[in-house]
Design a protein around this ligand. Structure first.
Ligand code: SF4
Length: 306
């Protein structure tokens, strides 16, 4: 197929666009930091937890040559206590030993609690796979397929006012596991902030789920893990629910961001007006964006990377 226009969007900006297209405009065109508008807390230790502890686990579990790969297989064979010990010793304490001095003690305590929460959630998911528990060494390569560090990319075709357009979506999920017994997959997203704002991480995960489906043909489940919640930290969405969310949310979202890239119209307001009450742009976003569009019409390249 030949396209008149090609655009690129990353999952973070798409999720922001779902929350408020104008906040996405601010982030993409005006380079403002708008991700945390309306979110309680910073989410900071969620990203530290993911990159320093969880990602190390998933990388080691998917890498046959990693020294930790053997240890993970052994611990799965010996049950929860052994798995618990491994995560604490080889992942959390290792992190504290090598990098702990760079973080305040409050962060280290929060990360310790997050690790405990995560390992319970992870164990629950893994222990649902009898084949993995019986033959960990043989089944681990299927469950933790080499994850390319979570990077994914796919394209979506649409027509904007008669213009054939291709939107390439790129993103990096936190973790993905495959369940060979159920022929199912599950995406994990780790969040450092409270459950009260579930919409944003969910949108993000729905886009990852679409990317996984484009690549594998499977609609994965989504598990959002709220690391700071000790009671019921996980929200799980079934494959069927995820399929419905993809169908109902993504076509509009992809069109909205492509229309934004044309720099011809002011993007719509936030879908939930309560967000505007917490937003510092509330008295002038329309005027400011209109002025920016007027000053920059025809000066941006049509094909954008962000
Ligand atoms: S005030 Fe509302 S519409 Fe305007 S940028 Fe903020 S959240 Fe979006």
């Amino acid at each position: 197929m030949s396209y008149d226009t090609r655009y690129y969007a990353n999952v973070t900006n798409l999720a922001l666009c779902q929350k408020c297209p104008r906040l996405a405009f601010y982030a993409i065109f005006m380079k403002r930091k708008t991700n945390f508008v309306g979110i309680q807390g910073t989410g900071f230790y969620g990203s530290v937890f993911h990159s320093k502890i969880a990602a190390r686990f998933f990388d080691a579990a998917s890498d046959f040559h990693s020294k930790l790969n053997d240890k993970i297989a052994n611990s799965l064979k010996h049950g929860y206590e052994s798995f618990h010990e491994l995560i604490r010793k080889d992942f959390f304490f290792e992190f504290v030993k090598s990098e702990g001095k760079n973080y305040p003690s409050s962060q280290i305590y929060a990360l310790a609690a997050a690790t405990e929460t995560w390992l319970k959630v992870l164990w629950e998911a893994l222990s649902e796979m009898p084949s993995l528990m019986r033959f960990p060494r043989e089944i681990m390569p299927i469950v933790f397929q080499k994850q390319n560090s979570g990077n994914m990319q796919s394209s979506y075709d649409l027509e904007i006012d008669g213009v054939q357009t291709e939107l390439t979506v790129v993103g990096k999920y936190d973790a993905l596991i495959f369940n060979p017994d159920e022929k199912q997959a599950r995406i994990f997203e780790f969040k450092g902030y409270k459950k009260s704002d579930v919409t944003v991480p969910l949108t993000q995960s729905v886009i990852y789920a679409w990317l996984v489906h484009e690549k594998t043909g499977i609609y994965p489940e989504i598990e959002i893990v709220h690391l700071s919640e000790s009671e019921n930290p996980a929200n799980i969405f079934s494959s069927g629910e995820v399929h419905e969310m993809i169908k109902s949310a993504l076509p509009n979202l992809f069109e909205t961001i492509c229309r934004m890239y044309t720099l011809k119209e002011i993007p719509p307001k936030a879908y939930d007006s309560r967000l505007c009450e917490q937003c510092k742009y509330r008295n002038f976003c329309e005027a400011e964006i209109e002025l920016f569009i007027r000053n920059h019409e025809n000066t941006f390249d049509f094909e954008r990377k962000n």
